[in-house]
Design a binder for this molecule. Structure first.
Ligand code: SIN
Length: 499
């Protein structure tokens, strides 16, 4: 597809310029809208309603009303709804992928991968929905019997980012619906159209009105976020995004003591020990981990530590691979990497390169804007001789820079890896069984990849420690964030059989 053609959907009715409240596509009461743009071309895709507090409250009211009957459905019924929504995503996978590439910029192959990853959360939680068990508890007081039931938390406020326009939404809505909750989801201002297509597919899947609501906003995002975190009718908030915004939302949610889960920023270490079985595999793992979505995932490697003896060889091989990337428009054939999301992101990447160079880092490839492609493109970059005083070591870059740090011992590298206030993902390559257990246990992160750079799977618990937040998404644990445990104690049961 050429740069000037407008991407086409098989089903054009999936491009929706509205918000979704109580089973209907609606505008903001003010009539105000915002524009969302293709980050590759800078062209407008369409507009969406600029919701404010009052608009958001209508969505909350709809979710509260729908909760009355939704919470009474059986797990089996909810499983069927989620499975239907999954089927709708499969049927319309090509269009979902097109929308993702269009509004996020990631190459179409990655967008197709995300679409399946996203749908898998509905599949996974359709399977969980029918298996939400309580326990029978041996009481310590004679004559008492204790059991537990798991119940819905209530209306959930969900806030998601633009880097995975589909998967971050399904990862929250899947378990929320499976657990018997209803939701008001705030879609990202940069990428509202994938979310709106998912809303339409929820309607086609027959999910009752008010169970799923999508609110849209760009400049009013803080106001909508405040409504979702302070309204007493909302009982649970889940947010994926930056640590700073997470801290603000947590303060806001404290006022009504909501159940919360936060999936926040990371600064992932990626360690290559000299006993790794296959250096090429380690290079490939580092490439996949670092440059997925042009470095714009919370679990992307941010600091690549390579052991002294293999450092030079690794650096050369790594840079060679990066030189072969094809950067461009996500719809063009053979494109492996797209733009970053907006000019602020380019600015941060550029600042990290300049800071690293000033402090002794050496750029092996890349390092510059690609203005010939558009405003949001930056050359995939490799920097060797990176050191811990550089910004790139201290902050999540969220862009296409692979920074290589040198280390000598296991003890030293684990201390360096843990020397950060955040802890989301960490990776290492080694073939030494003892080391694998030891280092996996020592890294202060919520998720570890050993001899792999890709850990994202609906079956695996996703979440962090330290300032990366808490709560787990996906997996059998994901449902716990969306249910409460109620214990029931029945007293006065006589132990003697009667009669
Ligand atoms: C994220 O960037 O938050 C999600 C990455 C993933 O699920 O793989």
């Amino acid at each position: 597809m050429g740069h000037h053609e407008v991407p086409k959907l098989n089903d054009p009715s999936l491009l929706i310029s509205k918000a979704y409240v109580n089973g209907e596509f609606v505008d903001a009461a003010s009539g105000e809208t915002f524009e969302a743009h293709d980050p590759s071309t800078g062209k407008k895709i369409s507009t969406c309603p600029e919701f404010n507090k009052q608009d958001t409250e209508k969505a909350i009211a709809a979710a509260e009303e729908a909760l009355k009957s939704w919470r009474k459905t059986t797990g089996r019924e909810r499983a069927t709804y989620l499975r239907k929504w999954y089927d709708e995503m499969q049927k319309n996978a090509a269009d979902i992928a097109t929308l993702i590439t269009w509004e996020n910029g990631k190459p179409l192959t990655d967008a197709k991968g995300e679409t399946q990853y996203a749908a898998n959360f509905f599949l996974w939680f359709s399977e969980e929905a029918a298996h939400i068990h309580g326990d029978t508890v041996p009481a310590s007081i004679p004559g008492n019997r204790v059991y537990t039931i798991r119940q819905p938390v209530g209306v959930c406020g969900l806030i998601t980012p633009w880097n995975f326009p589909a998967a971050m939404i399904t990862r929250k809505i899947g378990p929320a619906l499976a657990g018997g909750n209803t939701v008001v989801a705030k879609s990202p201002g940069e990428t509202p159209f994938t979310a709106n297509a998912l809303a339409e597919l929820s309607r086609r899947a027959g999910i009752p009105k008010g169970v799923v609501n999508f609110v849209t906003a760009l400049k009013n995002t803080p106001e909508v976020g405040e409504a979702l975190t302070t309204d007493p009718r909302i009982k649970k908030v889940s947010f994926t995004g930056s640590t700073n915004v997470g801290k603000l939302l947590m303060k806001q949610a404290a006022g009504t003591m909501k159940k919360v889960s936060w999936e926040l920023g990371g600064n992932a270490p990626f360690i290559v020990f000299d006993d790794c079985a296959d250096l090429d595999a380690a290079v490939a793992g580092a490439i996949a981990c670092k440059f997925r979505s042009s470095g714009q995932t919370c679990v992307c490697a941010n600091r690549i530590y390579v052991q002294d003896g293999i450092y030079d060889k690794f650096a050369d091989k790594f840079a060679e691979k990066v030189k072969n990337f094809k950067v461009g428009y996500g719809f063009d054939d053979g494109v492996t990497h797209g733009p970053v999301i907006h000019d602020r992101a380019v600015g941060k990447v550029e600042a990290h390169v300049q800071d690293a160079e000033k402090k002794g880092g050496k750029v092996l490839t890349g390092g510059k804007r690609m203005t010939e492609l558009g405003d949001n493109f930056f050359q995939p970059t490799v920097i060797r001789d990176a050191t811990m005083d550089m910004q790139i070591a201290q902050e999540e870059t969220f862009g296409p820079i692979g920074a290589l740090f040198r280390f000598k011992t296991e003890k030293e590298v684990v201390a360096l890896a843990n020397d950060t206030p955040v802890g989301l993902a960490g990776y290492f390559y080694s073939s030494n069984v003892n080391r694998i257990y030891r280092v996996a246990e020592a890294l202060e992160v919520g998720m570890i990849g050993v001899n792999t750079g890709l850990i994202s799977d609906a079956a695996a618990p996703f979440g962090g420690v330290k300032e990366s937040g808490f709560g787990r998404e996906g997996s059998r644990y994901g449902i716990e964030e969306y249910t409460i445990i109620k214990s029931v104690t029945i007293g006065g049961i006589e132990s003697e059989l009667q009669g």
